[in-house]
Design a protein around this ligand. Structure first.
Ligand code: ADP
Ligand code: MG
Length: 732
């Protein structure tokens, strides 16, 4: 931040006498406190989320456009958009032209600036006619001699010059008048509010700025503001809505972005402090020998990244504060063994541990994996999913309530009120992005401050990680097990379906297995399950025909099958008895069958990029070269472009960023749903540097004043309270 640009900017004060006389309004006052806003308009504003003066002032433009510079009349051609300075020379008159009312006002064009060094040709001021349609009052509006700045369209007919005026204002505006056209300046562009014209919006914003005496300046404590070289809030708001120049507007933006991110990060830091309260009874320090035993029993060597994350988790678990960690790693990076370690730590210390997965399919798979991983260590995990028979469930619940040291894997069935843990010390949540916060909370509340570890393969850009998981410590598994090769991915139009089938047949012939993923069904039509069943049947016929009679063994799995049935199919697929598994997106998360090396996805355009990346992650689970064909019916260039990203890169982070760019962070983030302050100005993808600074500042601020008691933090405290953090309950 260049301080000089901000400092040199002089503070704009309420400028008009009229405004000074107008009633003062406060930031929190309802918008009806403004002149010109009655109940009807207030309703219109309310529909756009604007209720108070503060809401109006933080209704920021989403972009700016440049105003044209002033033209010289002799450089303009017929039909061109002109921006001219003119002087009215006489009274106007009204005519009818067809059904239209036309008003003409005589004027002369002036040099662009009064003191222009470039006089017009003969120093004369050429006559022009100002023309309006259906605004008869214009005829009487201007006294002869009035100077105007106009924007309009040129009409040159022989010697006659007219301008059809689109916008006009007095050249030397009376300060109480309408906001200027801002010739040569940036003009803000706002999202349209139905029923409120841009001009009215600007007038009201100006009125609010003029009459609102007390702004919440202290949202950024003065000392911080000066350390960070930030402009005052008042200046920043003025310069955002009525910028003097691009440079100052940028400085203004910086202040507003910082302020939003500071609030956001304060809330997150506060949550983290709430969790990180030292407690007794959760410290799970294990001797080194325990880790050696665990690692020694694994069927493979851990990657360096996995080892590092294992260390990080061990340190968390040994510490006096409960862990609150996000383990972040691309599909196939090997998060499961890391989770198993955390679970093992708990049972080894004589406590209980739970792992929650978003689908029954995945819970069942984890259960099997944990059985294998923990068997040598003499730990027998339990499974708890909704579709198990009631007696089995009752038995598991008994174990949990009885206080035995145990590892349980399950779906959200783990949250049912009937399930009581007597001694939950570690809770791991896999594929956490698939869960709502409520569900996370419910599990964590089952134990007294358990260690919480959440895992996600959705590679979110760092900025978003810092935002959404700002209250978590973050571990990254940024390395794949050795020998993994990126999935060769091809995007093909639907009519190349044969090529896709050929791939399946070839892979099966080579002794491998494959997935066929059916499209998500458009709403109101048949269910995903029905679509998958249909696909299964038609593929069976097609593949048989294709392979000359000797068909591959097909299987079908979807979310609406009974657990036992699904488990049977998966067992057959794992055993290689089923060669091609037709499925809905239930295989999206976590399913792990290393011999599967090919995937065909139908109607790929119906999926998000990150989701497709997850899906194809199913076939990159061994050293063999894996293939993925994405079929699409779409011919839309943007759609094709988007899908091509998957052909080009296998870097999950890049893919997530592309997704984010195209879908917009709003859709992906939903701050309010997380009980976090919303941002209006900040761009979570690009304002990373400010975010990082704000995060540091938020943390040191709380360090110095944990409950924000200092008078200079009063406003911050209030703002955070107003945020109604309904769902931070799970942290206490
Ligand atoms: P994800 O991070 O997507 O959950 P998984 O934990 O399911 O990944 O691991 C993917 C596959 O890689 C599994 O088959 C697992 O056994 C295997 N794997 C994990 N870590 C290693 C390793 N260090 N070396 C070799 N294979 C590994
Ligand atoms: Mg996984």
């Amino acid at each position: 931040m260049r301080r000089d640009t901000t400092r040199s900017h002089k503070t704009k004060q309420p400028r008009s006498k009229k405004a000074a006389r107008a009633a003062e309004v406060s930031w929190a006052a309802p918008i009806t406190a403004l002149k010109g806003v009655g109940p009807a308009r207030a309703d219109t504003f309310a529909a756009a989320g604007i209720n108070s003066i503060g809401d109006l002032l933080t209704y920021y433009p989403y972009r700016y456009k440049d105003r044209p510079r002033l033209h010289r009349i002799d450089e303009l051609t017929d039909g061109q958009e002109a921006c001219l300075r003119v002087r009215v020379t006489g009274k106007g008159s009204n005519f009818y032209r067809g059904r239209m009312r036309m008003t003409q006002v005589p004027a002369v064009a002036m040099a662009p600036q009064q003191d222009s060094a470039l006089p017009l040709e003969d120093a004369a001021e050429p006559r022009i006619t100002l023309r309006w349609f259906n605004q008869p009052y214009r005829a009487e509006q201007f006294e002869p001699g009035t100077e105007l700045v106009i924007v309009g369209r040129m009409r040159l007919r022989g010697e006659k010059t007219a301008v059809v005026v689109q916008e006009c204002e007095r050249a030397n505006p009376d300060p109480t008048g309408s906001p200027g056209l801002g010739i040569g300046k940036l003009v803000p562009v706002y999202s349209k509010i139905e029923g409120i014209s841009p001009t009215l919006l600007r007038k009201l914003i100006r009125q609010a700025l003029d009459t609102c005496q007390e702004l919440p300046e202290a949202l950024v404590p003065p000392e911080l503001a000066s350390d960070r070289g930030l402009m005052s809030l008042r200046d920043a708001l003025w310069q955002t809505h009525f910028p003097d120049s691009g440079e100052v507007q940028e400085a203004a933006r910086k202040r507003l972005v910082y302020q939003e991110l500071l609030l956001l990060q304060l809330e997150l830091a506060r949550r983290q402090r709430a969790v990180k309260v030292p407690t007794t009874g959760v410290g799970l320090a294990l001797e080194e020998s325990a880790r050696d035993e665990y690692v020694g029993a694994l069927p493979f060597e851990l990657t360096a990244a996995q080892k590092r994350v294992l260390e990080e988790i061990s340190a968390d678990l040994a510490g006096p504060e409960p862990a609150h960690r996000l383990v972040h790693g691309d599909v196939g990076s090997g998060k499961t063994v890391v989770a198993a370690w955390a679970l093992y730590c708990a049972v080894r210390a004589g406590k209980q541990a739970a792992m929650m997965a978003p689908t029954e399919l995945l819970a069942e798979q984890h259960y099997r994996t944990f059985c294998a991983l923990l068997a040598p260590l003499e730990v027998q995990p339990l499974l708890l999913t909704g579709s198990l028979p009631e007696p089995t469930k009752a038995q598991v619940r008994e174990h949990l309530a009885g206080g035995e040291p145990v590892v349980v894997v399950g779906t959200h069935a783990l949250f049912q009120p009937a399930v009581q843990f007597s001694d939950l010390a570690v809770a791991v949540i896999d594929e956490q992005h698939r869960f709502g916060l409520q569900q996370r909370m419910a599990l964590a509340e089952k134990g007294l401050r358990p260690n919480v570890i959440v895992m996600s393969a959705t590679p979110i850009p760092r900025t978003l990680a810092l935002t959404l998981y700002g209250d978590f410590d973050i571990s990254v598994i940024d390395e794949l097990p050795p020998g993994r090769r990126p999935v060769q991915t091809r995007l093909l139009p639907d009519r190349k379906r044969k090529t896709a089938l050929k791939l399946l047949v070839e892979q099966v012939a080579a002794g491998h297995q494959a997935y066929v993923v059916c499209p998500l069904v458009a709403e109101g039509k048949k269910t995903d399950a029905e679509a998958a069943t249909q696909m299964y049947e038609s593929l069976q016929a097609e593949l048989a025909a294709f392979a000359g009679g000797e068909a591959a063994a097909l299987g079908l799995v979807h979310g609406q099958m009974r657990a036992q049935q699904r488990e049977d199919v998966m067992a057959q697929f794992r055993a290689g008895e089923i060669q091609i598994l037709v499925s809905t997106t239930v295989v999206e998360v976590g399913v792990d069958v290393p011999n599967a090396t090919a995937m065909v996805v139908f109607n790929a355009e119906r999926f998000g990029l990150a989701q497709l990346h997850q899906l194809r992650g199913r076939v990159a689970r061994s050293g063999a070269q894996a293939h993925c064909v994405l079929l699409t019916a779409s011919k839309t260039p943007e759609v094709i472009d988007r899908l091509r990203v998957l052909e080009e890169t296998s870097d999950g982070f890049k893919i997530a960023e592309e997704d984010l760019k195209r879908r917009g962070p709003g859709e992906m983030v939903g701050l309010a749903q997380h009980g976090l302050p919303d941002v209006h100005m900040a761009a979570l993808l690009t304002d990373t540097p400010t975010l990082v600074v704000a995060r540091e500042d938020a943390r040191s601020l709380l360090e110095a004043d944990p409950s924000l008691d200092a008078p200079e933090h009063r406003l911050l405290r209030r703002a955070l309270q107003a945020q109604q953090p309904t769902d931070i309950k799970w942290t206490v």
